[in-house]
Write a protein that binds this ligand. Sequence first.
Ligand SMILES: Nc1ncnc2c1ncn2[C@@H]1O[C@H](COP(=O)(O)OP(=O)(O)OP(=O)(O)O)[C@@H](O)[C@H]1O
Ligand SMILES: [Mg+2]
Length: 236
Amino acid sequence: MIRVDNLSVNYGAVRALREVGFEAPSGQITAVLGANGAGKTTLLRTISGLVKPRQGAIYIDEFDVVGIATENIARRGVGHVPEGRGVIEELTVEENLRLGALSAQVNLTDALNEEYERFQVLGERRKRHCSTLSGGERQMLAMARALIARPRVLLLDEPSLGLAPQVTAQLMRTIAQLCETENLTVLLVEQNAKSALRIAHRAVVLHLGSVVANGAAADVAADEDLRRYYLGVVTS
Ligand SMILES: Nc1ncnc2c1ncn2[C@@H]1O[C@H](COP(=O)(O)OP(=O)(O)OP(=O)(O)O)[C@@H](O)[C@H]1O
Ligand SMILES: [Mg+2]
């Protein structure tokens, strides 16, 4: 479970998040929607401890992680798949996965095998350099690299970016399945709002750093007035 309370982030004079508050329950996907610059990436980076907020609290299962070092937040069960995926091109699939497991308390062989079972194509390509992977395979690797540390919270920043519609649909099914089988708390940042709302239980819509909607995904999807905030057209 994640609970964000009164969270504000500034970059110099830019107010990237303004008194943001919402709750993301365990075992559910919470979509985070909003136009370019709405503050979506900043929100995920602040939860991970990469950005320090000006004010506010971020509870991960009742424990406020604000002010805690990124690696300790990761140890508390937060997995982050960054914008652009962040896999290391020069390394093989397996080497990337080993990096993901580095600071985690897991048996490496078991953990690797589990990920190869979960994502069979990664098992088949374990000795290949990442530069040879397709976009969809890279996204799977990025997720596996986060999952290998056995997180309870998974932060996904635009996982469908650059993927073909069919690959995106498959990826969304994988995320939905993962959330359910692992009882994960998933925050799914997407420009592809339609795909995200299809699998999300809840949705938070950001506009210029503020929450303009927070509720059941079906209700957000049905509210036509909200679409201007996340379908790219920003009017104010
Ligand atoms: N490192 C930074 N320094 C200064 N301003 C920043 C920095 N990172 C983001 N911003 C600004 O903060 C605001 C929120 O940016 P953020 O990247 O969180 O938005 P986003 O919703 O992820 O956008 P996108 O859809 O383009 O990924 C924007 O106005 C952006 O220009
Ligand atoms: Mg972003």
